[in-house]
Unconditional design. Sequence first.
Lengths: 295, 267
Amino acid sequence: MSTLASPTRTFSLEPAVVWAMWRRELLRYARDRSQIFGGFSRTVLWLIILGFGLGASFRDIEGYTYAQYIFPGVITLNILFAALQSAVALVWDREVGLLREVLVSPAPMLSVALGKLLGGASVAVIQGSIPLLFAPLIGVSLSLSSLLLAWGVMALLGLSVTGFGVVLASRMATFEGFGSISNGVIQPLYFLSGSIFPLKGIIGGVGFLDLPDALRRQLELLGIHTIGGGWVVQLPVWLQVLVYANPVTYFLDLLRAVSLRYQQLPMAADLAVVAIAPLLTTLLATLAMSRMRRR
Amino acid sequence: MLIVECHELGRRFGAAVAVEGLSFSVAEGELFAFLGPNGAGKTTTLHMLTTMLEPTSGWARVAGFDVVRQAPAVRESIGVVFQEPALDERLNARENLEIHAVLYGLRGPRLKEAIAQALEWASLAEVAHRPVRTFSGGMKRRLELARALMHTPKILFLDEPTLGLDPQGRRHLWERIATLRGQGLTVFMTTHYLQEAEACDRVGIIDQGHLIALDTPAALKLKVLGKAEGSLEEVFLELTGRKLRDEEARPRDRLLGFARRGGEHTR
């Protein structure tokens, strides 16, 4: 005795199904202490240990301490981990988990996919919020409005990465560990996003505090531009290409703009990527999940 | 009325033939079993009938609907228990049932009622709040069986339902399946336990992707062994030979192995 009648409902929207799939993701997250622990340990290692460790060598980056500079990067790293972990779970969920039961049910795949994506994005925002708790330690104070804006950017990043991960997972036949995802996807996206080194701007190194004008001009002839107490960052061209080709770069730049009021890229470019990426990945992920039904 | 009809049904994976030229039908209310050695094509057939796999030749109708063109209607009419548990092990029994009810369009009071009934039927009401990962194999199977019945399907598909259960668990589950048959539900199952096949109305023996015999257990004995006594095991070995069936591990098997060892985040 089923209440479902119409035969072609793959793309129909059923709020109850979206809700059930979203809730499942959050319940799974709440019961996985290792994931929550990972969020805290990553934050401590990157933001506190690396932030203050490398920060001892750099006086500042455009007036921000190194820990402050990588603060949005650590948020991004936690989002990348959480979103991809949730997405890649599809690989075994399809074979030994609940997804098989979902695929054989008459539920519309659009609603299932939306629930999955929103669930992955929600977990990503929660994991991404862990570094926010450490903000006072590194001298970052967030107003309510910048906090809300940051959550908005984090949610869109979480949605995009979950969607990208779902497309990736739908093409994986087997899975024997998260290591390949971590090393092959998360770390390249993270390192090539301007998270830990600036794209441009002025870096102040310890010892470059008061460079005499004459010496500065001599350095300029050698191609090293120094301004004030520091020098102008110039990434090698190949590295620039990789960084600018990485969509995460633009999310991170916007996140840095709303949390620190420091932006390295044009606002228009950031907004364009942040608007288009979630729509595109959501669409592709929904199609990928619909195709999972038939092999 | 015929609830399952297949005509020249086949499935290839690249050059490999999994199932070929399958033509048979199952009548409403029958307890029907597919019997065959490992890798014979039992699961492939079940996956095609449950819309999980598209046939590469022939056609099949389940509950009057074409499994390709009317897949959503087929999905609404069937209950399925797969060989590997399709439960979320981090959720409790009630949460697993809730998701199923929502997926099948049950809402409000009917949803609550269906969950209470399923827990009762599976004798799991007392442990409904416990995460499924703490359940024994038998409890999981009972939960899955109860779940597959929640939306009152016209036909129940069971892929090796008693695989991996101890004799007590097997007997218990089998009694429940027998009760369903008493209620007039059609049950289509695959098995390689011969005693189970013995208790079915009709048995299809499948080997290397081909249906090589299909009849009542008694008629099979008479036909193959030329006598009414004897066991289905003799019939089976007579038809399929005594060669050992070794298979290479496919990517899916490697994944299952990884998950069974409790690989990271799979539970």
